[in-house]
Ligand binder design. Structure first.
Ligand code: GLC
Length: 681
């Protein structure tokens, strides 16, 4: 009896040079590239079954597999394969902990490996230009420096497991409204100073192996066919050696097959539209693109196939792991460190079980799971600890948990968003800046029943609080905290963990204070679907500071259960010139009674400049942990590049000579130490 499977297994792919894992990678790439027929090259340019490239059996090229997303691996849409649900990216950013981001990258890559995939479609590193963006929770921050530091850490962690990171969405995909057709109209200086840095850093410092082109146009040209962005900037200036993959169906409205090929788009996902075999053949026949263009794009994909070990024995590759206690503990650690204590009047927090008999725990998000609903960043964890469960478990046998505030010593009310329509979801921006009406009335009613009411917000983006913030003694921003969220929140509320999170995004008092919400033009765009980034570089705190607008809670803000004092600022020099470095040191003391962590932030201010510059720009941060009365000296280095702005006239970064100021603070608005120095040019 003829058994096809058995016969096939006898087919031994010749041990050709590219199969030899001892051969230098680029030689393997070139050998394989030469062996591909034109038709096989065409086949490699588009996806199959949503998450894979096509197999080329003749040469033993297996499918290259990629899965979402930024908070957990999602191998299927039914949730049959469970994976760890990590805190949302904005929560991880609120830790300001670079090392933790690196550990996150390693862990999520281990889960990609464990499910037999090769690339993670993450991290999402678009700047949070507006608090209304539906995907704010999926992105990290409003600040380019923090964005870059965290992106580099994640990409380095992911790729240490020989898994490709895919940084997204390149570029200026900062809103969901009309995301497939709008054009982000943005100046060169704004791109260079605000939107490029995290992508540039992930390429230049972490060697990102893949980048996802955005749905939207940038200055009138779609991301997937934008030759300036892809060939000139990404590949030409930054030296990107990986491959560009389109966002899913992002090529739908692009001009042509050749425009995408010549721009440098290697892989069209999830299926062939512009890279349909017949379209490719026709365009090639009519010489609308050359084999050289084609080869450069294919070479990039082959290179990453070798980098992830697609042709190597499994046992030569890093081992995968999934749903492990270590990954779950890491998820909880990120959640705990990302939680931001926004208000804590008369130290009502942490809660002392010895002094409490009954705690009322109410509110819609106390019982809500958040692993689903955000869109492509959803995933299916083996479990998710809801807030009510975390608190009940911790209080078991010690404090009674009830649901009537008037009968309780303390009330904890869980409010916020939960990926329901128009609230923290891909594909649409938020419909309102405030909390849902029913939640506002629940909060105001609860306060009347019990003034000792603590509000815990679970959301992936800033929300308005002006209706009630002055009436409650404490507010905690808990974000979407992953599968251990309930335990993390309980650990913070009862003081097992001292909160150390700092806001990675400004919380405005009212939406009209936001720089993106000056007019229809700036958001969601004009009648021609153009979104004008008129605020330019004045995004986030750069806008609020320069325009002297008081935010509700500023960038970099977060309270602790202890106190930190800053002293003894020292600058190594009064003047620096050329490439000389200035060393800045400061002492920080834990002057409270509890162990705690503090994020010391360093901002610079250009006191005299020929162009408009922000009042301050983040150029360094350090997270330190101190026992009560312990002191630590933190130090930063400042060089010419930290003093520079992008000069559109010359097309270069320029550090103008003159006086600068160093601002060391606990937030962008809580500057504790200042010192001046001069740059001599
Ligand atoms: C989505 C998202 C992108 C995601 C991709 C695959 O539309 O924009 O972030 O990775 O498609 O799901």
């Amino acid at each position: 009896m003829f058994d096809l499977r058995k016969e096939r297994s006898k087919i031994k792919v010749l041990t050709l040079p590219f199969m030899d894992s001892n051969l230098e990678a680029e030689k393997r790439v070139e050998d394989l590239l030469e062996r591909l027929t034109l038709h096989e090259k065409f086949r490699l340019l588009s996806g199959r079954k949503r998450w894979h490239t096509k197999r080329i059996r003749r040469l033993g090229i297996k499918p290259f597999t990629m899965f979402d997303g930024p908070h957990g691996v999602r191998p299927d849409r039914e949730g049959k394969i469970k994976t760890t649900y990590f805190p949302s990216s904005i929560c991880r950013a609120a830790t300001w902990n670079v090392e933790l981001s690196n550990k996150f990258g390693i862990a999520i890559a281990q889960e990609i490996r464990d499910v037999g995939a090769h690339m993670l479609l993450a991290p999402g590193i678009n700047i949070q230009r507006t608090p209304m963006c539906g995907r704010t929770f999926e992105y990290q921050t409003e600040d380019p420096y923090l964005n870059k530091e965290l992106a580099v850490a994640v990409v380095t962690g992911v790729q240490s497991q020989r898994v490709a990171a895919c940084i997204k969405h390149f570029i200026c995909n900062n809103q969901e409204t009309n995301r497939h057709t709008s054009s982000s109209e943005v100046s060169e200086r704004t791109l260079q100073e605000i939107y490029y840095p995290a992508f540039k850093g992930a390429v230049e410092e972490a060697d990102a192996w893949s980048i996802m082109s955005c749905y939207n146009k940038v200055n009138g040209i779609y991301g997937s066919e934008n030759e300036h962005l892809l060939r000139e900037v990404l590949m030409g200036e930054w030296g990107f050696r990986g491959f560009v993959v389109s966002d899913w169906v992002a090529t739908r409205y692009t001009k042509s097959t050749e425009s995408c090929i010549k721009a440098g788009l290697t892989l069209e996902m999830p299926i062939a539209i512009k890279y349909n075999i017949f379209r490719l053949a026709q365009a090639y026949k009519e010489r609308r693109f050359t084999e050289k263009n084609l080869n450069d794009n294919i070479r990039r994909l082959l290179r990453v196939m070798f980098l992830v070990g697609l042709f190597d024995d499994e046992d030569a590759l890093p081992k995968g792991s999934r749903n492990t206690p270590e990954h779950q503990a890491l998820s909880r650690e990120i959640a705990e460190e990302g939680i931001v204590l926004l208000k804590n009047e008369s130290n009502i927090l942490p809660l002392d079980m010895k002094k409490l008999k009954k705690i009322a725990v109410i509110g819609p998000t106390a019982i809500k799971k958040t692993h689903l609903g955000g869109g492509s960043s959803s995933n299916y964890p083996p479990y998710e600890i809801k807030p009510i469960i975390g608190i009940t478990e911790k209080c078991k046998g010690k404090v009674e948990i009830i649901n009537s505030p008037s009968d309780a010593d303390i009330t904890v009310i869980f409010a916020g968003l939960r990926h329901q329509e128009g609230m923290d979801i891909e594909g649409e921006d938020k419909v309102s800046f405030g909390l849902p009406e029913d939640q506002v009335s629940l909060i105001t009613k609860t306060i009347k029943d019990n003034p000792n009411t603590i509000v815990v917000l679970t959301s992936g983006s800033p929300v308005s609080m002006i209706e009630w913030i002055d009436k409650v003694p404490a507010v905690v921003q808990a974000w979407y905290g992953g599968l251990e969220a309930g335990n993390a929140i309980a650990n913070i509320l009862f003081g097992d963990v001292n909160p150390s999170g700092k806001l990675p995004i400004t919380f405005p008092k009212v939406l009209s204070d936001s720089p993106a919400h000056v007019s229809e033009r700036t958001f969601p765009g004009d009648e021609n679907l153009r979104v004008f980034y008129d605020e330019g570089i004045f995004v986030g705190y750069r806008h609020y500071d320069t325009n002297r607008i008081e935010p509700l809670f500023p960038f970099g803000y977060g309270l602790s259960y202890t106190k930190f004092t800053y002293e003894n600022l020292k600058l190594s020099k009064e003047k620096i010139a050329g490439n000389e470095k200035l060393v800045v040191t400061a002492d920080v003391v834990n002057s409270g009674e509890k162990f705690g962590a503090e994020v010391i932030q360093q901002y610079i201010r250009d006191i005299e400049s020929s162009v408009e510059r922000p009042l301050k720009e983040l150029k360094g941060f350090k997270k330190i942990r101190l026992q009560p009365s312990e002191k630590s000296t933190v130090s930063f280095e400042i060089g010419k590049e930290d003093l520079s702005f992008f000069d559109e006239t010359s097309g270069n970064w320029v550090a103008e000579k003159g006086k600068f100021e160093i601002l060391i603070g606990a937030s962008s608005r809580d500057v504790r130490l200042q010192g001046k120095f001069e740059f001599l040019g």
